[in-house]
Design a binder for this molecule. Structure first.
Ligand code: THU
Length: 136
């Protein structure tokens, strides 16, 4: 799976974003170690705190389908009808949710387009992350 293919899957997922309140549409594509790709979009809610980000939608879909090891996630976001000007980086809650399963190694691909993107590890985005090892 190329970065480009994962980014394309994130853009396709973004089309299904339910974002009537912010109008900021986000798509994510999470690559499992077994090769499966799980996509997600943000799903907003009139009671705003019930909103799910695209990354957690993808993660929870994956875990509920039996995938718990992941190597990369692509994230794309922009206002409805507009092109990205900034990369969309996962929010703090999503960083923590992903860290649970991947630790610092996950590659986080933050894309403006299929050939304009930034890659960081989750460890760079969430230094000294708190995870399962802390409770062992
Ligand atoms: N959002 C995501 O889905 N992922 C991110 O990485 C950043 C923010 C969503 C949440 C909300 O629906 C909208 O974008 C504006 O914050």
């Amino acid at each position: 799976m190329t970065d480009r293919a994962l980014i394309d899957a994130a853009f396709a997922a973004r089309e299904r974003a339910y974002a009537p309140y912010s109008r900021f549409k986000v798509g994510a594509a999470l690559l499992a170690a077994d090769g499966r790709v799980f996509t997600g979009c943000n799903v907003e809610n009139a009671g705003l705190t019930a909103t799910s980000c695209a990354e957690r939608t993808a993660l929870f879909k994956a875990v509920s389908e039996g995938a718990t090891a992941f190597t990369a996630i692509a994230v794309v976001g922009s206002m409805a009808g507009e092109q990205n000007t900034l990369v969309t980086s996962p929010c703090g809650v999503c960083r923590q949710a992903l860290f649970e399963f991947t630790g610092p190694a996950l590659r986080v691909i933050m894309a403006k387009s299929g050939d304009d993107y930034l890659v960081k590890t989750l460890g760079e985005l969430l230094p000294l992350g708190f995870g399962p090892n802390n409770l062992a």
